[in-house]
Ligand binder design. Sequence first.
Ligand SMILES: C[C@@H](O)[C@H](NC(=O)OP(=O)(O)OC[C@H]1O[C@@H](n2cnc3c(N)ncnc32)[C@H](O)[C@@H]1O)C(=O)O
Ligand SMILES: Nc1ncnc2c1ncn2[C@@H]1O[C@H](COP(=O)(O)OP(=O)(O)OP(=O)(O)O)[C@@H](O)[C@H]1O
Ligand SMILES: [Fe+2]
Length: 556
Amino acid sequence: MRVLGIEGTAWCASAALYDAETDAVLIESDPYEPDSGGIHPREAAEHMSEAIPEVVDAVLTAAEAEHGPDAIDAVAFSKGPGLGPCLRTVGTAARALAGTLDVPLVGVNHMVAHLEIGRHQSGFENPVCLNASGANAHLLGYHDGRYRVLGETMDAGVGNAIDKFTRHVGWDHPGGPKVEAAAAEAAAERDANGELVDLPYVVKGMDFSFSGISSAANDASDDEVLIGEICFSLQEHVFAMLTEVSERALSLTGADELVLGGGVAQNDRLREMLATMCAARGADFHAPESRFLRDNAGMIAVLGAKMAAAGDTVPIADSAIDPKFRPDQVPVRWRDGDASVARGRGDGERGDDGDADRRGAEATVEIATAESGGGARHAIKRRVSKRYRHPELDRALRRDRTVAEARLTSEARQAGVPTPLVYDVDVPAGTLTLQHVGDRDLAADLDGRLTAAVGRHLARLHGAGIVHGDPTTRNVRVERPEDGDARATLIDFGLAYHTGHVEDHAMDLHVFEGSIRATATAPGSLIEAFEAGYAEVGDGDVLDRLREVEGRGRYR
Ligand SMILES: C[C@@H](O)[C@H](NC(=O)OP(=O)(O)OC[C@H]1O[C@@H](n2cnc3c(N)ncnc32)[C@H](O)[C@@H]1O)C(=O)O
Ligand SMILES: Nc1ncnc2c1ncn2[C@@H]1O[C@H](COP(=O)(O)OP(=O)(O)OP(=O)(O)O)[C@@H](O)[C@H]1O
Ligand SMILES: [Fe+2]
């Protein structure tokens, strides 16, 4: 099968020919380059209407020269997300071409295309996918017939966050490559132990935020901090956040493959951090070559061919574009519906984990038997140093989280939330000695009674003005005593903090429900029980806000 793909969601007018038999991809692109500032939607749309016919024509001519008049078997186009006027040009061109050639039409989700190209090239079965593009940033994993959003930016896309800073200092679009060059130059000159510019580092579970970091970088430049130093620190923070959430996603799902996509993925420092993180965990990492990372029609044609082969084509009448098209709205018909990123997790793996040492995303946990105290078991949690991140950032994060975890685990317990006793804290070593709780993680033993209990525990925690910050099914321990009801205990308070804001409380619920949706076989009833448990003890406003947070989904 040969598919002609068309891309033009924002800046890159592109057409491509994909030949599924030879796996060859020919791409013809014409980028829009703003004279000043960022992307102007009207100028971008004008560019598309001129450039799309030209790139399509070039690819079609090449295809027909080689394969004759029946060169094309299907036409695939970016249906969204993106800028409405640009998408409309792409949609119109695709419909006209499919009509003239009398071949089927395929509407492709641009975000899913950014990650499927990596899966296609790597041959990985069930990777976690990190999309680091201009207007977006999210972690996806295939589960139960869809690409689930495991985590995403709460505000700006990663490229846009960087470009916001470069616009402020007067550099032309796109800013990412210029920041990379300035950071590399500064890195070559700076003292390895030189201080970083102080920027916010915001990770909540597997979600993250960039809005504060762009403003802080802008302020630093107003304060005349050396620009190379700001670029260096900006990259160290932003990419460490993306690497950390990727590691959390690998840890939550149990996956051992990561693929990277999106324009920002062309950045060597980001790739280096992800490769270092994966190597340390024994996971495989793949980033496609640059021409498949930035916006391009090659990825649209490759996914278009998979979709067409699965019969996933659209009649012209149903081929409307969708500027807010989310990746989790796509029913995935080209993959095995039983496959899951969460292999071996959440599906009745009820075994006792015994005395096995565990490894989370941040820490190693050693289970030891205390010499005194009648053989009670302890969990010794060490926040290990992460080689991918800058030593100064690494020290600060390990220190702050160890302190927070010790303090908030105890405060939560005082508020009546089941948590382990804290026996000892060694801040310089990043080590906590905790009471051993539970026989297994909730991920391995999910039921509605337990998720209801988690709902009540979180409500009580919020009532005390604390949020957990990372309440996933791996951060709840379960115990089933022979003579009583199952008990759930919350662990891992490293991202916990004090707050009375309804929004922060709702984010906790959002994170917990996301971890269930991404791993459980029948999430609906588990989530219902969880919310009922929360409603029993907690504040109804938080549940209302949760609905709002969900409805707000970034492209809705
Ligand atoms: C919806 C669609 O239109 C949108 N496309 C998009 O954002 O273009 P993309 O090619 O994936 O990414 C462009 C971004 O990628 C950044 N970028 C390019 N090279 C970079 C580099 N070496 N380092 C950091 N950022 C880089 C640019 O600064 C720009 O912000 C998206 O995928 O979100
Ligand atoms: N007090 C404890 N009692 C029993 N098991 C524990 C305890 N603390 C941690 N564990 C086990 O160790 C694993 C990792 O611990 P924890 O979640 O605290 O580390 P982490 O590195 O922050 O993990 P992640 O970020 O992946 O959630 C847990 O999923 C759990 O199985
Ligand atoms: Fe893109």
